[in-house]
Design a protein around this ligand. Structure first.
Ligand code: DX5
Ligand code: ZN
Length: 232
């Protein structure tokens, strides 16, 4: 599976968000990670579907909506209409996870489930075949710029092993604290899609700088691919 870097616009300059998206796409990003926070599931509030709809979406780019909101099932339609291509809901935020995943898929977009650092992988055991991606949080969600929680390397490895055993080719996205010094080990453990906020954006910069930051992450990630254990 190829390595994908998904820059999170949480750390971008919101005063010129469409230009920021354009710059980071020109710099090589094919995914844009959208961190939606409601001030209830997580302490922070960011933006909702109305804002996402106003962003310029470059041709062919994947809008990856990470919903850190309670009752995400109430917001699926509005994010689909706003341009989301993949919608990630938290297992901790919805009572009927299987139904919520089905609802997402009924709209013809991809469905993913996120797990907070303390949530065991087993909550997904009965729905893996329904999922287009699993997101393992490597920080407690709420803010950008936090430190990667080292215990999550083992969690990634365990999930990758599980997928390998079951013959499932489901991408593992990892979100939080992804930097040149953490990405290698995360990829080596089995992550294939890496969200990077503060490692790419720094409240606004140039296309050239974003390209450099993405390349630095990819270079380390490639080293991680080389050191992947045989079973992954
Ligand atoms: C955390 C968000 C992350 C965040 C990552 O709640 O879900 O996507 O933006 O930011 P960094 O890469 O700075 O840890
Ligand atoms: Zn996120």
């Amino acid at each position: 599976m190829n390595i994908t870097i998904a820059p999170s616009i949480l750390s971008a300059n919101f005063g010129e968000i469409s230009e920021e998206i354009e710059r980071v796409v020109e710099a090589g990003a094919s995914w844009i990670h959208l961190d939606v926070m409601d001030g209830s599931f997580v302490p922070n509030i960011t933006f909702g579907a109305v804002a996402v709809k106003s962003f310029n979406k470059p041709q062919g780019v994947v809008f990856d909506a990470h919903l850190m909101v309670v009752h995400p099932e109430h917001h699926i339609e509005s994010f689909v209409k706003a341009g989301a291509d993949i919608i990630t809901v938290h297992a901790e935020a919805t009572h009927h996870l299987h139904r919520t995943v089905q609802q997402i898929k009924e709209y013809g977009v991809k469905a993913a489930v996120a797990l907070n650092p303390a949530t065991p992988l087993e909550v997904l055991d009965w729905i893996y075949p329904e999922l287009d991606m699993v997101l393992l949080m490597s920080v407690n969600p709420g803010w950008g710029g936090q430190q990667f929680i080292p215990a999550i390397y083992k969690k990634i490895e365990k999930l990758a092993h599980k997928f390998h055993e079951q013959g499932l080719a489901i991408p593992i996205q990892v979100d939080g604290g992804i930097k040149p010094n953490t990405i290698r080990r995360a990829v080596s453990a089995g992550a294939t899609n890496l969200v990077a906020g503060s490692a790419v954006f720094d409240n606004g910069s140039s296309t050239a700088e974003y390209r450099e930051k993405i390349q630095a992450l990819l270079q380390e990630a490639e080293q991680g691919v080389l050191t992947r254990s045989q079973i992954v």
